[in-house]
Design a protein around this ligand. Structure first.
Ligand code: PGA
Length: 251
């Protein structure tokens, strides 16, 4: 099993460029000896600073969104070429907040994954169910659809570059973490779905992260699950101390 363990911070709409420089300055020494891949996904305006500060370190920089067109009349959007020039390595695609507040669909997510891969930027595809969907017992149908549509145009050769983050919407920013058994159950189903779309070898090579109130206390147990290969961390990634502990928990 050769897949990467990844601890990725999602700063969301937090930190000005100056604040980003300070936080990253605290994160770098904590990531220096990390056995896992460490990523920080910052707001767009922080990316130049983050790429400069993280250059030559263990920390890779990610964006939180990207547009699927290369250029043109798309006011307010950012292209893969713009991210490439800065040295951005990863991009979060289809986060539930983008889907909920900015009308992103499985269709646009699919196009964005294609654009990221074509540009050599590693996509972190987010999937996850709402509380209502969990209560109605349609979690796996919902997530299987999200994955199948998102990965529809991805080749088997490109799949090892795709990271999938399972983020139950009811656990995001709520302090209510999925139990390790719940998280493992869905992450295993995610891997099964990738196997159905491609094959066992591809499914085995894909890193699947858990996200949703992962913190310094619960990280080790979640990360010990066989199908959880890392975490996508919001709130706790804004505190270097906590983020450092999660990185350490990933071994
Ligand atoms: P949280 O956010 O860790 O604050 O729950 C996770 C995410 O939305 O990626």
């Amino acid at each position: 099993m050769s897949r990467k363990t990844i601890i990725a911070g999602n700063w969301k709409m937090n930190k000005t460029p100056k604040e980003a420089e300070a936080l990253l300055g605290e994160v770098l020494p904590k990531a220096a000896g990390a056995a896992c891949e460490v990523v920080v996904c910052t707001p767009y305006v922080d990316l130049p600073t983050a790429c400069r500060v993280a250059a030559g370190s263990k920390v890779k920089v990610g964006a939180q969104n990207v547009h699927f067109e290369a250029s043109g009349a798309f006011t307010g959007e950012i292209s893969t070429g713009m991210l490439n020039e800065l040295g951005v390595a990863y991009v979060i695609i289809g986060h539930s907040e983008r889907r909920e507040y900015f009308a992103e669909t499985d269709e646009t997510v699919s196009k964005k994954i294609g654009a990221a891969l074509a540009a050599g930027i590693l996509p972190i595809l987010c999937v996850g169910e709402s509380l209502e969907q969990r209560e109605q017992n349609v979690t796996s149908e919902h997530i299987r659809t999200q994955i199948k549509v998102a990965l529809r145009n991805v080749s088997a050769a490109d799949m090892p570059k795709v990271v999938i983050a399972y983020e139950p919407i009811w656990a995001i920013g709520t302090g209510k973490t999925a139990t390790s058994a719940q998280a493992q159950e869905v992450c295993q189903m995610v891997r099964e779905t990738v196997k159905e779309c491609f094959d066992a070898a591809v499914a085995d090579s894909v890193s699947i992260l858990y996200g949703g109130s992962m913190n310094a206390k619960n990280a080790a147990e979640l990360l010990a699950q066989p199908d959880i290969d890392g975490g996508l961390i919001g709130g706790a990634s804004l505190k270097a101390e906590d983020f450092g502990k999660i990185i350490a928990a990933a071994g």
